[in-house]
Design a protein around this ligand. Sequence first.
Ligand SMILES: NC(=O)c1ccc[n+]([C@@H]2O[C@H](COP(=O)([O-])OP(=O)(O)OC[C@H]3O[C@@H](n4cnc5c(N)ncnc54)[C@H](O)[C@@H]3O)[C@@H](O)[C@H]2O)c1
Ligand SMILES: [Zn+2]
Length: 360
Amino acid sequence: MLSRTVHVALGERSYPIEIGTGNLRDSGRFLLGRRHVSHAVIITDSNVENRHAMTVAESLSDADMLVDLLVVDPGEASKCAEVLEGLWNKLLELGADRRTVITAVGGGVIGDLAGYVAASYARGLAFLQVPTTLLAQVDSSVGGKTGINLEGAKNMVGAFWQPIGVVVDTAVLDTLPIREYRSGLAEVVKYGVILDADFFMYLEENVAGLNARDPEVLREIVAKSCALKALVVSRDEREETGLRAVLNYGHTFCHAFETLTNYSTLLHGEAVSIGMMCAARLAERMGRIDQELVDRQYRLLTALNLPVDVPAVDHDAALKVMARDKKVEHGKLRFVLPTRMGHVELVGNVAPEDVLASML
Ligand SMILES: NC(=O)c1ccc[n+]([C@@H]2O[C@H](COP(=O)([O-])OP(=O)(O)OC[C@H]3O[C@@H](n4cnc5c(N)ncnc54)[C@H](O)[C@@H]3O)[C@@H](O)[C@H]2O)c1
Ligand SMILES: [Zn+2]
């Protein structure tokens, strides 16, 4: 089987990400290679249960583990205290203990929720990630952020909790709805712009393969994306030095558009795509890059069928939302902006007029 491994270097919390095609059915072997566990609790959602979680369950069972399956409703609404409490109580009924591994099989919602179950139950259980959306494979399964939402405050309660390993099978993406797939590609493009000009060029040269979900291209982009995010995370695991902020390229605009459209019209990656266009135009306005970079980013995003036009929201309202963003210091707007392809900087004291103009 063609697979490759990306190592996430975090001292004693280091772990491997195995990336292959068709390797879901080998997850039992992978897990046993990491740790001796006798009981696995798989947490998944009802869209993923029959498609992929059962394959993982069989593989773990074949590796002599007792396997339990807990299924929640699909969607962001499951990342809440009520569902979390329900899962805690199920674990109690199932007699979960230190020999139990919590296994997340699903997208970012399941990864964040199950990861926080693992972080919190019995003061911490081992955790295996099996991400099944492109977004989860390239972004949310790397970095150890887990948690749930409060009403009106996304990801407000949570913990940094690293998995003991991640199994990525690109074949699971075959069943992913097309919008969800494209949405994940936006984060992939982001890694090229912020950290790796060669990778951006690889994406430009492989648009056809990307659109066709070619397995070899998928293994390459997932491996590269994970490696790039892992590098950033290993230098700033708990978001303390500011280095991890580079991952927020396009996200200040993105959050404003998501907020003002009530998280209902745009998928996250779609808002990231539009946000990256705004950020690139802002950088160009401020004389930090020339138009060439803006154009290349535009061409790649549109070739991947991602949206690039700002949604119909009030621009002043968007500015107000951005002024409340985490990256604002003493009321001054700060943005992650490119200086050249493959490099970004955190730029402070950005003029509101420039921000407004970059949304046109
Ligand atoms: N922890 C982090 O660092 C981090 C980073 C980015 C995003 N996130 C979180 O990730 C979440 C979004 O993740 P997402 O985009 O994966 O959404 P998601 O988990 O809701 O998955 C999207 C949809 O695809 C379905 N699905 C999943 N895999 C499938 C498959 N293989 N085939 C068919 N359908 C499938 C799901 O049931 C769901 O309906 C948000 O809650 C966000 O806050 C976390
Ligand atoms: Zn994102």
